[in-house]
Design a protein around this ligand. Structure first.
Ligand SMILES: [Zn+2]
Length: 478
């Protein structure tokens, strides 16, 4: 017989990090230790898998059956860290990265000089992780969640869970963790901008700075001749007060003793690269959302500062006004698309604000009020079938399902409730049948209550066999 071994390529998920893929490969190699697996898979037992610029890209590309370029552009943080660097620096860094010289790559992009450390944590979204587990039977790390200053999931608007890195332990996100939706506008904005940068291509420094200058002028933070450094610093200092409190790098950037002179120092030399977090902070402060920044950048060559004379406003006032505008439109029941257009904000911002206000975004008008929604939620929690809830409360089944879709944790709870209910019924039915049997043979029991027997056999086998033994059934297999 001619047996041909099929070579299956390992799985690679959309937006998965290179760490995630490498860790899975190492984990799937059955060895006595992680070091031994590292040796087997990558021929290096001391390899550091979780670095932002890992040295194993060529080896991983070979294992995954794809190009180095695909891994770098679609699965590594390189596009983020190089988005503001100049062309020759990017080429030098990329060559170094593919030669396994991580520190040379960092240096080429100006990341060492800025003394801003790597992320201390691996991060994941609990909703994403649970969805991954359901869809693929395993979880993986998403690239956009590993970016500096990103603490929320842009897709699900909840806080990311942080996991401390461990050098000799391979880590994966955990599914079924509770989600926390208590996030603020600045956090959401930072996540949107940082994620946008992953796929935005490259920004030319001179044009970028012209765009910043025009916006600073419009905000009264610059004249046509110079930037008001002190005032700019103070406004940003205040705007990022929350972030400064829980992100050491940001606190360090704004430390008043610092000789670096952020934010004005981005203007000093357009030859050297700055750490992307400096630009992300400036963009977040100066622009309404990522799209606003990109449009401003594209027009930067034609902007003259004279064109943009408007009354200067603090960014926090602008955010506040925008927030009110969005709530106003939400209360008018406008569709997501209309609000994005009318309020000049991104869809993610609208969803975020809607969630913080407890408003459900629907394309059509909401049919049920808050009181009814609460009643539906309670009945869903205690496991009532959706059609029964609909009939009792006089709403449609799809209204009930809509409420349920907003509560993944209740969905899981309902599955558990159904399971226990079914177990209770099946055990009762089986015991009743046993009591009525004169000849205690498994075959007879099965004939009388086949469905319950099979359900218990699949889901509750230990109890089933214990019960059969207790009743001294003959011809038991185990
Ligand atoms: Zn998510």
């Amino acid at each position: 017989m001619n047996m041909e071994l099929l070579q299956y390529l390992p799985r690679r998920y959309k937006g998965e990090t290179v760490y995630s893929m490498a860790a899975r490969l190492v984990l799937n190699d059955i060895s006595v230790s992680t070091s031994r697996s590292l040796q087997n898979v990558f021929h290096n037992r001391n390899l550091q898998l979780d670095s932002a610029f890992p040295s194993f890209i060529p080896a991983l590309a070979e294992k995954m059956g794809c190009s180095c370029d695909e891994l770098v552009q679609q699965h590594s943080l390189f596009p983020y860290f190089s988005v503001f660097a100049n062309g020759s620096a990017i080429r030098r860094a990329l060559t170094a990265l593919l030669n396994g010289e991580s520190s040379v790559a960092y240096k080429a992009l100006g990341l060492l000089a800025s003394r801003l450390a790597d992320e201390a944590y691996l991060k994941y979204c609990p909703v994403c992780a649970t969805q991954q587990k359901v869809a693929y039977g395993e979880t993986y790390w998403r690239r956009e969640h590993q970016l500096p200053m990103v603490n929320v999931c842009v897709e699900h608007h909840c806080k990311l869970i942080q996991v401390s890195r461990k050098r000799k332990q391979l880590l994966f996100p955990e599914s079924d963790k509770p989600s926390n939706y208590d996030i603020d506008v600045v956090e959401m904005k930072l996540a949107e901008i940082s994620t946008g940068l992953l796929s935005s291509g490259h920004f030319e420094t001179a044009k970028l700075l012209r765009g910043y200058a025009a916006r600073l002028f419009a905000r009264g933070l610059a004249t046509t001749k110079s930037v008001h450094h002190g005032r700019w610093f103070n406004e940003m200092f205040e705007y990022f007060s929350l972030l400064r409190a829980h992100d050491d790098r940001v606190a360090q950037l704004f430390s008043k003793q610092s000789e670096h002179g952020f934010p004005a120092n981005v203007f000093y030399s357009d030859k050297s690269s700055h750490h992307p977090i400096k630009h992300v902070l400036i963009i977040c402060f100066l622009f309404e959302h990522f799209g606003d920044f990109v449009v401003n950048y594209s027009n930067a060559s034609t902007i003259t500062t004279q064109q943009s004379k408007v009354k200067p406003l603090k960014q926090s006032e602008i955010d506040q006004a925008r927030y009110k505008r969005v709530i106003h439109y939400l209360n008018q029941n406008l569709s997501l698309r209309q609000i994005v257009k009318n309020a000049n904000v991104s869809a993610a911002t609208v969803r975020n604000i809607a969630r913080s206000q407890g408003i459900t975004l629907t394309s059509s008008k909401r049919k049920i009020n808050d009181g009814v929604e609460r009643l539906i939620t309670i009945k869903l929690m205690v496991g009532w079938p959706t059609e029964v809830i609909a009939a009792r409360l006089g709403v449609s089944k799809s209204d009930v399902e809509q409420v349920l879709s907003g509560h993944p944790e209740i969905k899981a709870l309902r599955q558990r409730i159904r399971h226990y209910r079914k177990r209770h019924e099946s055990r009762d039915s089986l015991l009743e049948t046993v009591a009525g049997l004169s000849d205690l043979r498994v075959k007879h029991l099965k004939d009388r209550c086949y469905r319950d027997y099979m359900w218990l056999y699949k889901n509750d086998r230990a109890w089933l066999f214990d019960t059969l033994k207790q009743h001294s059934f003959s011809n038991l297999k185990s």
